[in-house]
Design a protein around this ligand. Structure first.
Ligand code: TYM
Length: 323
């Protein structure tokens, strides 16, 4: 039996990158009877960049609703809010003292935020240690994530090994599971799709708003009648993640032939998204109208998660000489 664990930050409503890069692969792994799974909402991580409690709360529900809409089964999976199991904060401190300063200072996401944000707080610096604690606390073997989180997983392994070397075998060393097909989903501007770049496709938006986002995808200015290169086009790239093989080939031929405009390609992408995710969009809206149900499910998960967390902390406290 392998343990799968992964989390989504509640910094926004999960976008197509989160869904294809993490939510869908994680749920597939969770539904495999040879695995048990811990899937959660990383609301403590959202403290580093979101400072409005109401927005955080709404996004936390949004992430929960997205997990469930894509088929997370809370009977089989431990499904919880990170902040409901405060043991993770104690472990974060223990791990901070086994996390070398230069490793944290060289983290790509930290350097990226140093460059982009005017307000860089301590939380952003120790962000990877909280993430390591999320994983290590529950003895996870495999962590399905997008490629952008791979470095954080390397750091987690490093921190866990340093601790094990210092205090004796205590933690399972986890492994990242990155799906080669969906490592980095591009956003509407062609950069990595990310809440921090403001280039996301939120498939849960109402039809009209979703269509507007799709129509905003950046393309070059090749006129309608001329042939176009599908492999450098953001619309085609996104289409190829969601359409069937036949439809993708059909669009490729349309591009190469010419007489096919980007507006038509965008319309096809929009229609495909709406059709492909119609069930999930409906379920998401139902859950968002029934937050008490979400709270109930998350509480059951937190109670289960806490039992495992307390066992791990007992082990850690003994190793550290507290007990
Ligand atoms: P977050 O919330 O930024 O993203 C959640 C998951 O979505 C993946 N992802 C992508 N995959 C493909 N293409 C993209 N454009 C794209 N954008 C995001 C991410 O790789 C991630 O798997 N630090 C984590 C949250 C976290 C976590 C954890 C994850 C906290 N604790 C413990 C795993 C285990 C984060 O910020 O993800």
């Amino acid at each position: 039996m392998a343990r799968i664990l992964t989390g989504i930050q509640s910094t926004g409503i999960p976008h197509l990158g989160n869904i294809l890069g993490a939510i869908k692969p994680a749920i597939e792994m969770a539904n495999n009877p040879n695995n048990d799974a811990f899937l959660f909402i990383a609301d403590l991580h959202s403290l580093t960049t979101i400072f409005d409690p109401n927005i955080r709360k709404e996004h936390t529900y949004g992430v929960a609703a997205a997990w469930l809409a894509f088929g997370l089964d809370p009977e089989k999976t431990v499904f919880y809010r990170q902040s409901d199991v405060t043991e993770v904060c104690e472990l974060t401190w223990d791990l901070c003292c086994s996390a070398p300063y230069p490793m944290l200072a060289n983290a790509t996401s930290f350097k990226d935020k140093l460059d982009r944000l005017s307000d860089v707080n301590g939380g952003i610096f120790i962000y990877p240690v909280l993430m390591a604690a999320d994983i290590i606390l529950y003895d996870a073997n495999f962590v399905p994530v997008g490629k952008d989180q791979q470095q954080h997983l390397e750091m987690t392994r490093d921190i866990a090994s340093t601790f094990n070397n210092r205090y004796g075998e205590t933690f399972v060393i986890p492994e990242a599971k990155v799906d080669e097909q969906v490592m980095i989903i591009p956003g509407i501007d062609g950069q990595k799709m990310s809440k921090s770049y403001n280039n996301t496709v939120n498939i849960f938006l109402p039809d009209k708003e979703l269509r507007k986002v799709i129509m905003k995808i950046i393309t070059d200015a090749t006129p309608v009648e001329q042939p176009k290169n599908p492999d450098t086009c953001n619309v085609f790239k996104l289409y190829s993640y969601v359409a069937t093989t036949d439809k993708i080939e059909e669009m490729r031929q349309n591009y190469l032939r010419g007489g096919y405009g980007y507006g038509q390609a965008k319309e096809a992408l929009y229609q495909t998204l709406v059709e492909k995710f119609s069930k999930e969009r409906e379920l998401y809206a139902n859950y968002m109208n029934n937050k008490e149900e979400l709270d109930k499910k998350l509480k059951i998960g937190a109670d289960k998660a806490r039992v495992v967390a307390q066992e791990t902390l007992k082990r850690v406290r003994t190793k550290l000489g507290f007990k």
